[in-house]
Design a protein around this ligand. Structure first.
Ligand code: NDP
Ligand code: 8X3
Length: 252
């Protein structure tokens, strides 16, 4: 029987790349995100290319009710899940704390921390029932370091780092693997979302050096997921070669 992966935030960037990678490896997929048109188009494409089954579920991870209703509403066969990629997340703004936008703060906290918690609460129980599973959390270099004006985004990713450690401790007795992946700069829709559609400002983030692309991270996630069952990679930082720390990027 094919294995199953649930990928949150599969409508773009790293999540979408993970969907391609896991489908290529023969996994059936549950793909989530808010943009249903993108989920449906991706599902069709993956089904045609790799002959895998793809279920799509559109919800906002910030809504506890939507998360529980949509995930618990999936047919029982989809709950025999092997891998959860907790990827849905975003940054909003890049402002000093004294000028911070309250709505931006709440969006980041609700998405990156609370959304990840809601999904994990539901899916970890399926994994406990199944007696196995692997949760892969998308942290960030921003969860290891703090950079000027990154304040709240960095705090949310530090929270993911802490939750990753906590999940590992709580789930180890159930044989469930837990991993955090912490990328440096990856060129996706991330900066466009951070700068609220300002494509020029977003493009500048990646100018003068070669950033990671979503596939670099997806292949790393696949490496982590495909280790033998007795191996748990707990924490992994992946950076562009030109980036040494959150702020030290060599641009030519
Ligand atoms: P993208 O903006 O390209 O993709 C983000 C994904 O998250 C989209 O599929 C989006 O789907 C989903 N998402 C955002 N908010 C919600 C929500 N409220 N409910 C459901 N889904 C949501 O960014 P990336 O692929 O770069 O980011 C993926 C993860 O990687 C994030 O957690 C990010 O913090 C992390 N990361 C990114 C780095 C980078 O440099 N790009 C570096 C380190 C970590 P939709 O809008 O359809 O809901
Ligand atoms: C995304 C990477 O450095 O923009 O998490 O915070 S960074």
């Amino acid at each position: 029987m094919a294995k199953i992966a649930l990928i949150t935030g599969a409508t773009a960037g790293i999540g979408e790349a993970c969907a391609h990678t896991f489908a290529r490896e023969g996994y059936n997929l549950i793909l989530t995100g808010r943009r249903m048109d993108r989920l449906e188009a991706l599902a069709q494409k993956l089904n045609k290319k790799y002959n895998v089954e793809v279920a799509v579920s559109s919800f906002d991870v910030r809504s506890r009710e939507q998360v529980i209703q949509n995930l618990e509403g999936l047919p029982a066969k989809w709950k025999k899940i092997n891998v959860l990629v907790n990827n849905a997340g975003l940054s909003q703004g890049l402002d000093p704390i004294q000028n911070g936008n309250y709505d931006d703060w709440e969006t980041m906290i609700d998405t990156n921390i609370k959304g990840l918690l809601y999904v994990s609460r539901v899916v970890s129980n399926w994994m406990i029932t199944n007696g196995h599973g692997h949760i892969i959390n998308l942290g960030s270099i921003a969860g290891k370091e703090v950079y000027p004006n990154g304040n709240v985004y960095c705090a949310t990713k530090h929270a993911v780092d802490a939750l990753n450690k906590g999940m590992r401790m709580d789930l180890v007795q159930h044989g469930i693997r837990v991993t955090a992946i912490h990328p440096g700069a990856v060129e996706t829709e991330f900066s466009e979302v951070r700068f609220k559609g300002d494509k020029d400002r977003a493009k500048k983030v990646y100018e003068g050096f070669e950033p990671l692309v979503a596939d670099d991270v997806a292949e790393t996630i696949w490496f982590v997921a495909s280790r033998p069952a007795h191996v748990n990679i707990s924490d992994l930082v992946i950076m562009p070669t030109a980036q040494a720390t959150a702020t030290n990027i060599v641009r030519k």
